[in-house]
Design a protein around this ligand. Structure first.
Ligand code: LLP
Length: 454
């Protein structure tokens, strides 16, 4: 049966804005006798209404999905195993609303800069639940961390340990530290998001970590609690984590046997992969983390070592699927050779991941969501960079100027990596809860963009 499209025009009183928009924008299809709405809905909300209300590009996040995932990590980790805790990697997505959710869900926070700490402090995030990371912390950052009383610093080098000790001493405090260890494993992910291989800029190799343990023993203002590793990001299974855990457990056993040093905390980083496209098939989070905990527990039991408290630091897994980005289609260019570019009003500034890592995404033509795909196109970002292509070769219904595209799975490392290249403003963030959208972060204005110019 052919599909007939019925357009609704409305005389609805404009003071009922949402009803007005709903009816004004509503294009419905009658297909095989069933009336179907053609607009893509995200967590119960018609995204064309969001685009109309807040403009594009627009980040749309689901608070319900973030909370659900935070709870799932807690359920399969800190609620199932004793002395375990999950810290959210704030580099993946950080806003005031995100911090409110984390506080409500009782998660810890991993920060890597004074800026991330600044917002946590603004929101009164419990300092003892903050871990301060970073391979090149400035004195200003260490001072800010000490000033707020963060739960621990994850130290990346000998000289940083010495610096933290001196600065803590000057303030009359003793601060908890972990030593970041480079386990020397290949995480089989994009090399820019692989961090655990030998020679990485992050952490200390196990042999140097032994010296760092001895060094900490001579210092009065740092209390060494244990070790941290992070092998990489967007990992499809826990094999690299298990290998790294093996390296760390050997170190922990050696230090206990040879030096009498008891490891209290083992922080196993983040990296739990998500499904961006059909090609991705990530291991379930419960199996992923359960396997890691099991390996530590078995080893400690077999070797007569007290099992350390365990920490994981998921970022992407919590927020990636909870977000989409909406774009308006601009020019559609069909080249004689067959290539078709569907240009949109965003790109590299709001999502540099395709250009940086060759990251792949799925998308839908949001105002024609029920139409079958008719052509293979590339979704082109608007920046003056040939690499600014959001998606290469995706099948879509015919796209025209003014149509709306939703790129899926953009909740992680999009808003947090946004930039002002070509002087494009950072898009707004809308948060959906219980089917109701609200503005969470306003769109950056040009005045704000240039406010530091003298
Ligand atoms: N812990 C540490 C110490 C990390 O360095 C990271 C990520 C995480 C936890 C969280 O990893 P996740 O669970 O999100 O994979 N910009 C890149 C990702 C960089 C990840 C850096 N570190 C991207 O867009 O793919």
């Amino acid at each position: 049966m052919g599909a007939a499209m019925v357009k609704f025009f409305t005389l609805q009183a404009p003071n009922d804005k949402s009803a007005f928009l709903r009816i004004f924008l509503g294009s419905y299809f009658i297909s095989d006798g069933v009336i179907r709405m053609s607009n893509f809905r995200f967590h119960g909300v018609d995204v064309t209404e969001l685009a109309r209300e807040y403009g594009t590009p627009l980040y749309v996040m689901s608070e319900d999905e973030i909370s659900r995932r935070a709870r799932e990590v807690k359920r399969c980790f800190d609620e199932r195993y004793e002395r375990c805790s999950a810290f959210f990697a704030s580099k993946s997505f950080l806003t005031k609303d995100m911090l409110r959710i984390l506080i409500r869900e009782g998660m810890g926070l991993d920060v890597v800069s004074e800026g991330e700490l600044f917002l946590a402090r603004e929101m009164n995030f419990p300092p003892e639940k903050i871990a301060f990371h970073g391979n090149s912390k400035t004195e200003g950052e260490i001072a800010a961390g000490l000033g707020y009383g963060v739960g621990k610093f994850v130290c990346d080098s000998m000289d940083e340990i010495a610096l933290i000790d001196r600065m803590a001493g000057e303030r009359g405090v003793c601060t908890n530290v972990l030593i970041r260890v480079t386990p020397g494993v290949d995480a089989h992910t994009h090399r820019y998001i692989s961090t655990g291989e030998a020679g990485s800029k992050f952490g200390l190799p196990p042999e140097t970590a032994k010296d760092a343990v001895s060094f900490c023993g001579t210092l009065a203002n740092v209390s060494l609690k244990g070790f941290h590793f992070h092998v990489g990001s967007q990992l499809m299974d826990n094999s690299a984590h298990l290998e790294a855990i093996g390296v760390l457990l050997d170190l922990i056993k050696w230090l206990y046997g040879e030096r009498g040093f008891e490891t209290r905390i083992l922080d196993m980083g983040g990296g739990f992969g998500v499904r961006y496209t059909k090609k991705d098939n990530p291991q379930g989070i419960s199996d992923f983390i359960g396997g890691m905990v099991g390996k530590v527990e078995n080893f400690c039991r077999a070797n007569g070592i007290a099992r350390p408290s365990l920490v994981v630091e998921p970022g992407r897994w919590i927020v990636s699927d909870a977000g989409i980005t909406l774009y308006t289609v601009g020019s559609v260019k069909r080249l004689p050779g067959g290539a078709t570019y569907v240009g949109v009003d965003g790109g590299y500034p709001d999502n540099p991941r395709p250009a940086l890592y060759g990251a792949e995404y799925e998308a839908v033509l949001a105002n024609k969501a029920d139409l079958p795909p008719v052509e293979t196109v590339s979704i082109a970002g608007k920046c003056c960079e040939s690499g600014d292509i959001l998606i290469h070769g995706i099948e879509l219904p015919e796209a025209r100027r003014g149509d709306l595209i939703a790129v899926l799975g953009t909740g992680a490392y999009n808003h947090s990596m946004s930039n002002n290249y070509n002087k494009n403003p950072v898009p707004a963030v809308v948060m959906i809860k219980d089917g109701t959208p609200r503005l969470s972060v306003r769109r950056q204005t040009y005045e704000e963009m240039f406010s530091g110019n003298i």
